[in-house]
Design a protein around this ligand. Structure first.
Ligand SMILES: NC(=O)c1ccc[n+]([C@@H]2O[C@H](COP(=O)([O-])OP(=O)(O)OC[C@H]3O[C@@H](n4cnc5c(N)ncnc54)[C@H](O)[C@@H]3O)[C@@H](O)[C@H]2O)c1
Length: 320
């Protein structure tokens, strides 16, 4: 037990299981009081059998070790839910210092088979779910001139096959993080995001692991972007990534020691904490005439970087 977060209050969404549970326990071990949010649904966002049990158990675990915690079972996917979750911190503990946006689900499908419902539900839980809690928390943080926000993105957003809805939401979270860092940095608030690696019910699903294996085998050549997620999935299957190992860095980001870390994205898993570069223009063409034409681009493309570009996913010749 440490005391780096003594007197602080943290909301952790999706804290009933997996990585969120570990965040809640780790933050509590540094003295923070915790609002454990979890709707207790299925891995795909199913709510038929939703139960208070996961959140209640984590609250009990925290109390058993001498900490203080309260459960709230709202979904992060609506503004009312987000407001109630943040209000629970204020009503129960009188303040809010830390927001960890972590709740998440998966509905993987190739883009040509993805239904509108599968798209909407994933974007709602992840991207809108971040906004729904961020907005009321930001109002508190701005008033009190301080606070910590950690958002949850994913390596899958770098280009994992069959995860269009999830990638759209998770990369949206990375952009949102940069903006919130600027909106709130002036008030002494930091906002960063992580791309975690952890063996949980989302990643240890046998069907998902099999899908990933097939995608890796079917790839024609090297690719950029999501390449590291192959490493992640292989390690996941081998039990290399403990969810407990993600949380200490998240807790550190919430301490005073991390006051100057803002707007950045980190890979956190196993024995690695990595800092992502920010996207930048990798190569450029300039047109002395100002106005581009297709003819002009066709003429210069073969001699330029366009003629030897490194692809994210090489397009195969269907006739070959
Ligand atoms: N496990 C990994 O390797 C990995 C990799 C990249 C990103 N992530 C992200 O990390 C986060 C945690 O995932 P996990 O692997 O621990 O999964 P998990 O399924 O073990 O835990 C997610 C928790 O979120 C809760 N939840 C789902 N929808 C909710 C909603 N609308 N409102 C409130 N709670 C809700 C679930 O009930 C569950 O307890 C997710 O955002 C996930 O996308 C995980």
């Amino acid at each position: 037990m440490g005391n780096r977060l003594e007197g602080r209050v943290a909301v952790v969404t999706g804290a009933g299981r997996g990585i969120g549970r570990c965040h809640a326990l780790n933050l509590a071990s540094e003295g923070a009081k915790i609002v454990v949010n979890d709707l207790g649904g299925g891995p795909g966002g199913q709510t038929d059998d939703a139960t208070a049990q996961p959140a209640d158990e984590v609250v009990q675990e925290i109390k058993d070790t001498g900490g203080d915690a309260v459960a709230v079972y709202d979904s992060v996917a609506s503004m009312e839910g987000g407001e109630r979750i943040i209000q629970t911190a204020l009503d129960s503990f009188g303040r809010l210092d830390i927001l960890i946006n972590n709740a998440g689900i998966l509905r993987d499908r190739m883009i040509y088979n993805t239904t509108e419902e599968e798209w909407d539900v994933v974007v709602a839980v992840h991207l809108k779910g971040h906004f729904a809690c961020l907005k009321p928390a930001a109002q508190v943080f701005r008033q009190q001139r301080g606070g910590r926000i950690v958002n949850t993105s994913s390596e899958s957003a770098l280009g994992n096959m069959g995860q269009g809805n999830y990638a759209a939401a998770k990369e949206g979270i990375t952009g949102l993080t940069r903006v919130v860092a600027r909106d709130l940095g002036r008030y002494g608030v930091t906002c960063n995001s992580i791309r975690p690696r952890a063996g949980t019910r989302l990643t240890l699903d046998p069907e998902l692991l099999e899908q990933q294996k097939r995608a890796m085998q079917s790839r024609a050549g090297g690719r950029l972007g999501g390449g590291d997620s192959d490493v992640a999935m292989t390690g996941m299957a081998a039990g290399m990534f403990k969810p407990e190992n993600v949380s200490p860095f998240v807790t550190w980001l919430c301490t005073d020691e991390a006051a100057n870390v803002n707007g950045r994205s980190f890979l956190v898993g196993g024995n690695l904490i990595g800092l992502y570069t920010e996207p930048t223009v990798e190569a450029a063409l300039y047109n002395p005439q100002e106005d581009w034409t297709v003819d002009y681009i066709s003429a210069i493309a073969p001699q330029s970087y366009l003629g030897s570009i490194k692809n994210i996913a090489p397009a195969q010749d269907p006739k070959a």
